[in-house]
Ligand binder design. Structure first.
Ligand code: UDP
Ligand code: MG
Length: 321
């Protein structure tokens, strides 16, 4: 089977308002690359969006639908799409037109002309709530500081990847997938593509701040063990400080008449509280890592496919595992 030049993975969750707009933009793209494969992944949509894609797929064999059994989360939906994609180059974009098809086409051309493995969009300007924007900004700086492997700063999942990159990505055994992290981890020739991210074309964001925090947490813990090490270093320093302090007190008690011990009861309580807090904080952090290990050890697939349209049922490499 000959591969199409480009596959585009588009995960969506209840996007019936925006899909008709997306379709118009993608039809223009189909004119530019006639054999483009469009893989729509329904991440447990419960509105009319599946029907819209279904209808389009019935008329156009290049349009494919993968419906997951329930909502597995955006990252899993992207993984599902990647595992079904057959293109020489595979693009990933959101359905809400915040990732523009025209830009994907430009990234595709850049990847081809410079023979890169990854071209990823980097946001120079971000629309949306200031809290979310600040959160993203801080997250990427923290990630850069903590991560043990390369980081693609301010990048999202919007990218194009070569077949080689996709194959390597899919072969990674982990179930908790933080795609933008894994993509950088591969270490293949990559280039950033600066874009100004527009606002959503229609409908409401599906990612709440809480879910973003969760994604950030799992992203950080799956790419860095530095927080664990920080706890160890901090704990060691505290213990050393305590020993030195004890020696000073002992010295004064033995060799001087000065009385150092003041009756600072409240100070003691505050210090106790603070350090107990730290202990709990680190227990929580350990818990995060153990949680990740637990999820991985169970070895459940990161998504389940309920049905597909215009696709052979066994094409997902994940399902065959
Ligand atoms: N999405 C998804 N599963 C989810 C949440 C979101 O497939 O559980 C899709 C959503 O339909 C959209 C994309 O992922 O196409 C990005 O979501 P959203 O626009 O809500 O996120 P934001 O752009 O605010 O980061
Ligand atoms: Mg969006």
């Amino acid at each position: 089977m000959s591969r199409p030049a480009l596959s585009i993975v588009i995960p969506f969750l209840n996007e019936e308002k925006v899909l008709p707009l997306l379709r118009a933009r993608l039809e223009k793209m189909q004119a530019a690359i006639p054999d483009v494969e469009l893989l729509f992944v329904s991440d447990g949509s419960s509105d009319g969006s599946c029907a819209i894609v279904n209808d389009w797929a019935e008329r156009d064999p290049r349009v494919k639908l993968i419906a997951l059994t329930r909502n597995f989360g955006h990252q899993s939906a992207v993984s599902a799409g990647l595992s079904f994609a057959t293109g020489e180059v595979v693009g990933v974009m959101d359905a809400d037109l915040q990732d523009e098809p025209e830009i994907l086409l430009e990234m595709f051309r850049l990847l081809q002309s410079e023979q890169l493995d990854v071209v990823y969009a980097v946001r120079t300007r971000r629309h949306g709530e200031p809290v979310k924007r600040l959160f993203y900004f801080l997250f990427y700086r923290l990630f850069l500081y903590l991560a043990d492997s390369p980081v693609q700063l301010d990048s999202g999942d919007f990218c194009v990847m070569s077949r080689r990159a996709v194959t390597l990505l899919l072969a990674l055994p982990e179930k908790l997938r933080f795609i933008r992290g894994l993509r950088a981890w591969l270490g293949l020739p990559a280039k950033a593509f600066p874009i100004a991210r527009p606002a959503r074309a229609a409908g409401d964001p599906q990612y709440s701040l809480g879910r973003l925090v969760k994604l950030a947490g799992s992203g950080l813990t799956s790419f860095s063990t530095r927080p664990l090490r920080l706890g160890f270093i901090f704990g060691t320093l505290l213990c050393l400080g305590a020993v030195i302090g004890a020696m000073i007190y002992l010295g004064f008690a033995l060799f001087s008449d000065t009385r150092l011990a003041a009756p600072g009861f409240s100070t003691l309580v505050i210090i106790l509280l603070f350090f107990n807090g730290l202990v709990f904080l680190y227990l929580g952090l350990l818990g995060e890592y153990i949680g990740q290990i637990f999820m991985e050890v169970k070895g459940r697939p990161s998504f389940l496919v309920e049905r597909t349209v215009n696709l052979p049922p066994d094409r997902s490499s994940h399902e065959r595992d």
